[in-house]
Each structure stands twice: as structure tokens, then as C-alpha cells.
Ligand binder design. Structure first.
Ligand code: SF4
Length: 552
């Protein structure tokens, strides 16, 4: 009988040997295959013996999970590894999803064991003191697979509900605004002095710990390997440690040997006026009375109030504010500085900067901002500011064309031989106005060249448009980089100029609606085989490229 394979999905914790569980080590050593992200495989290298290692890069999680399932179905024992806990933003869910797609059943299918590890919220908390002593949550700020609006809603809800929050994936090279926006939301509900811990590479060689506060956290280095732990309204700092009280001070006097409440009194109703009455669902007293250890029964409320109203009343007595004040989140009057990112160019066709424009760039960027020239003939600006509108106004006043950056439509036109072959420029301008800068599942570059020379390489952009003999040729689905790079497929010739903008807009809209998050146009085209009636054709490779174990 064919031997059934087994999948181990292993969380190996923060990354040092002392914090990997015994079961995780056993599973890794028992396995025939180890499958994981390159950096993680390197972290556990010393534990491995003769296992076959399949390591791939970031964004290859799906192919890793598919390969793991395939090997397990072939009777092998396979360990899929995640740092931290495999079930917290790790590989456990994805492996199950791939199995579900194949109709897997526990009784008849390959075996699976999820091996827990220490997640960053726990490892980082242990280095910061004891910040996660009360209700807490984790929120990943990565919007590669989750819409930003949903993430922002969760941040808002967690901030409002006074959770201690651990932010995972707070910032990367390209995702820089999410943490700025998160800070802005948190400051609507929490004091600027709220303690914040930044832990980079917990328990690894380059571990770095910073204790700061909500107002100042962005003045420190926050990157891909940082976890940001935000305290709740009671978290305090003592000797550079973040401590969140569990609530013992409501019943105990922590510096007294003899407690005012005897053990048999501590769980009595009268000692917990904030607790819900099991019959009425109401609370009966105030925090204040309990805090001083008064055991007299609180007078019955004159009118029936909800437990929320009573809790607010109790809070108002403790804080000395009116109920209305205590319900209203603290308002932060100061304007928050955020990092304003955008791309500027002299125009769609124009590639020449004027001295006035250069001077304006220097003025708005100042000492604190950065300017980066890109192959797209644009300059990317990153400027810390409280007044992005003011910067926009200034840049536009000297004739700059402004566009957003990231996963948006970017139009890259040639210079039309310095304006000498200008016939098609109006169509490039119209296209920029119609779809330039709109959000996409993945960056989408449209190359627009003014003659058949196509010397600004439109044919190696996601969508290539070449003006020739008064009409347009269209290329779709180039793969501009990588060892399997290729030009776009020539899908149409002689498109009438009057049809161009509508056609390209339809192609872009179709891709936007139907592409998976992060799926580039060439992958989408290959998957769906047809865009706006243009068919995908398999292109024969000129040379044979040995396929990599997972994807290419
Ligand atoms: S693509 Fe043609 S029109 Fe555009 S710059 Fe090159 S030669 Fe000139």
C-alpha cells in the first residue's frame, strides 16, 4: 500500500535556537523536505541534517504551499516553515486552503500537524517588559493581500476599544504611509504620551529595542523586521519597561502585606461593582468605590441604565471628567506630520526641467525630504510635512505633472523626438488624464512611443502603444525584468486613434476588476487567456531554462 505523506507546518519562533520548541525540532529532523522562505531556511540551517531544502523568495508562498502538498501526496514528510507562529500570519492557513481546493479530508488525505511557535507579539513583549498583560490584538499593516480600508477600520476599532496593539509588517521599502496613517488614527483615541515599544529582530543577532511614545514613534527606525507594540490607556513606563496593569490595584494594595479584602471577600459582588450583574445584566457601582475597598453595597441606580452608561459614569468619577467628556475620545489639536510621497515630471512628453522647477524642488524637499530619479523619467519625492496640499500647489505652480506612486497606472511616454513627431502627443495626454495614477492590483506601466522606432521601449512595458502610419499598434503583457523577461505580445495593429483611449481604459478596467492582488498584467493575461477579445499566445522560449523547484 502506498505510504501516506505528512505535512508539518512549523512555527519556529523568533529565530534563535533556544526559543524553538522541542516538537518543532523533531518535526524538522523527521522531514524529507524543508520548504520555506530563503531567510527563514537560513535561520534554522544548523538544525537540519540531510533534508532536501526548497527555499524561495517573498511572494512565493502559494507555490511553496502547493509544492509541499504535492510532495506530501507523493508520500513524503514535508515541513513548511514560518517564523513566529505558523498560524499567525504564517503558512498554516494557506496550506489548509491549498488542501481544501483539492478536496482534502482529514480521514483519507495526507496527515497534517500544525506546530505552534512563539509569535512576535509574545517575543517582543518579553523584551519590552509586560505590555500585553491585558486584552490585546495583532494587526498587520501589509495591504498586499488585505484592502487598506479594512486594515484602517481595524486599527480604528482597536484604538477605540483600548486594546494593546501589536503592529506586524509596519513598513517596507515601498509601503511607507501605512504606519503614518495608523499613528494618525491612534492619536484620535489615545494620548500622544502612550508608551510604544519598537522591537527589531527580536532574539536575533541584530536585535534592537526602542521605547518611545505614540507622538514620537515615527522619529525612530521602523522597517520590515520591526514589531510595534502600542500600549493601552493604562500602560505605563517604569525604568524603561512598558507595563500594562491587569487590574489588581482595584482590589489589592500592592505595597501592603495585609490586604484590606480578605480572600473570601474578594469575589463577592460588592467588591466588584464594575462587574455585570448575572440577573439584570447591569453593573451596580463605580470603580472609585471598589478602588478604596469600600464594601458597602452601592445604592440602587435611580433609573435603569445600561452597563455601558454605568461604566462611563464610573470612568467619569475616576477621571474627574463629565460623562460626555469621558465618552468623547481625546482630541489632538496639533497637526500631525506625515510622509508625503509623489512623483513629478515636466509633462507626459516633455522631458526638460526648467531652472525654476529645479529651484522649487529644492524648496519643497528641503533638508528633511528626499528626491530620487527613476528610469520612468520621473522624480519621486518623499517629504515629511503637515501640509501636503501646500506642496502640491507649489509644484503645480511651476508646471509639474504630479502623479501618485506605488500600485497605480503610470504612463511612460517618449519625448516624441523632442516634439518633432508630435502627432500622437494629444492621445498620450488624453490617456494620462483618463487613467494616469488610478489604483491597480499591481503597478501597471503603459509605454507610449511616437513612432515605429519605439526607442523608449514601449514594447517591454505592461501595455505598449506605438504610433505608426497614423494609427496605433498594441502590445500586451510584457515581463520587463527577471531571467525570463520578454516583450509584450503584439495583439493589434492599425488601431484608429479615435478608439485608443477607450480601448486602453477598458483593458485597464478589466485587469483592475479581475486580477488577483499583486498579479502583474503578464501573469493575468497568461491566466485568463483573453483581454478585451485579444488572445494570449504561448511564446516558445528561445533557450531552455531549467525550471526552479517552485515557480520561476
Ligand atoms: S519612439 Fe520615435 S518618436 Fe519617440 S523618441 Fe523615439 S524615435 Fe522619436
Amino acid at each position: 500500500m502506498e505510504q501516506k505523506g505528512k505535512l508539518f507546518v512549523v512555527g519556529f519562533g523568533p529565530g534563535d535556537f533556544k526559543h524553538i520548541t522541542t516538537r518543532a525540532v523533531e518535526a524538522l529532523q523527521e522531514s524529507d523536505f524543508i520548504i520555506g522562505y530563503k531567510t527563514y531556511v537560513e535561520l534554522i540551517q544548523d538544525i537540519l541534517t540531510d533534508q532536501t531544502v526548497i527555499s524561495t523568495g517573498m511572494t512565493e508562498e502559494v507555490s511553496r504551499a502547493q509544492e509541499a502538498v504535492r510532495q506530501a501526496e507523493n508520500g513524503k514528510k514535508v515541513a513548511v516553515i514560518s517564523s513566529g507562529d505558523a498560524g499567525v500570519y504564517g503558512m498554516a492557513g494557506l496550506v489548509y486552503e491549498v488542501l481544501v481546493e483539492k478536496g482534502w479530508k482529514e480521514e483519507t488525505g495526507v496527515g497534517i500537524e500544525i506546530i505552534p511557535g512563539i509569535s512576535a507579539i509574545n517575543s517582543c513583549a518579553s523584551l519590552l517588559g509586560a505590555p500585553v498583560m491585558h486584552d490585546s490584538c495583532t494587526i498587520s499593516l501589509s495591504d498586499h493581500l488585505t484592502p487598506w480600508d479594512l486594515i484602517a477600520k481595524r486599527v480604528e476599532a482597536a484604538a477605540q476599544a483600548d486594546f494593546v496593539i501589536a503592529l506586524y509588517n509596519p513598513r517596507s521599502g515601498r509601503r511607507t504611509r501605512q504606519i503614518v496613517e495608523t499613528q494618525r488614527i491612534l492619536l484620535k483615541y489615545r494620548s500622544p504620551e502612550t508608551p510604544v515599544g519598537l522591537v527589531k529582530s527580536a532574539y536575533r543577532e541584530r536585535q534592537d529595542i526602542v521605547i518611545t511614545n505614540l507622538a514620537e514613534m515615527l522619529n525612530h527606525d521602523i522597517g520590515m523586521l520591526t514589531t510595534v507594540v502600542i500600549g493601552n490607556s493604562s500602560t505605563f513606563l517604569y525604568d524603561n519597561k512598558m507595563i500594562t496593569p491587569r487590574g489588581y490595584q482595584r482590589k489589592y494594595t500592592l505595597n501592603a502585606e495585609k490586604q484590606p479584602l480578605k480572600p473570601h471577600q474578594r469575589l463577592k459582588k460588592e467588591a466588584e461593582p464594575w462587574a455585570m450583574d448575572q440577573e439584570t445584566g447591569l453593573t451596580q457601582g463605580s470603580y472609585e468605590e471598589a478602588a478604596v475597598g469600600l464594601l458597602t453595597k452601592a445604592p440602587a441606580p435611580e433609573k435603569k441604565s445600561t452597563s455601558f452608561e454605568i461604566a462611563m459614569e464610573a470612568l467619569s468619577r475616576v477621571s474627574g471628567q463629565s460623562t460626555a467628556q469621558s465618552i468623547t475620545p481625546p482630541l489632538v489639536q496639533q497637526k500631525m506630520e506625515s510622509l508625503f510621497e509623489l512623483a513629478v515630471s515636466p509633462g507626459v512628453a516633455n522631458k526638460q526641467f526648467t531652472p525654476r522647477q529645479m529651484m522649487m524642488l529644492a524648496e519643497v524637499v528641503g533638508e528633511k525630504g528626499t528626491m530620487e530619479y527613476t528610469p520612468n523619467h520621473k522624480i519621486i519625492l518623499k517629504i515629511p510635512t503637515t501640509e501636503p496640499d501646500r506642496i502640491t500647489e507649489k509644484l503645480q505652480s511651476v508646471g509639474f505633472l504630479l502623479s501618485p506612486i506605488g500600485d497605480v497606472v503610470t504612463l511612460k511616454a517618449c519625448d516624441f523626438c523632442d516634439g518633432e513627431k508630435a502627432e500622437s502627443i494629444p492621445y498620450a495626454d488624453e490617456l494620462q488624464r483618463a487613467i494616469g495614477g488610478i489604483d491597480m492590483p499591481k503597478e501597471l506601466n503603459i509605454g507610449f512611443n511616437g513612432c515605429g522606432m519605439a526607442c523608449y521601449t514601449a514594447v517591454i512595458d505592461d501595455i505598449g502603444i506605438v504610433f505608426r502610419k497614423g494609427k496605433f499598434d498594441l502590445f500586451l503583457g510584457a515581463k520587463p525584468v527577471g531571467r525570463t523577461a520578454h516583450p509584450g505580445q503584439p495583439v493589434a495593429e492599425g488601431i484608429e486613434p479615435g478608439r485608443l483611449v477607450e480601448l486602453i481604459t477598458n483593458i485597464v478596467e478589466e485587469y483592475k476588476q479581475n486580477a488577483h492582488p499583486n498579479e502583474r498584467l503578464f501573469k493575468y493575461f497568461k491566466r485568463v487567456k483573453k483581454i478585451q477579445g485579444y488572445s494570449y499566445q504561448e511564446m516558445a522560449p528561445k533557450i531552455n531554462i531549467e525550471p526552479a523547484p517552485c515557480g520561476d
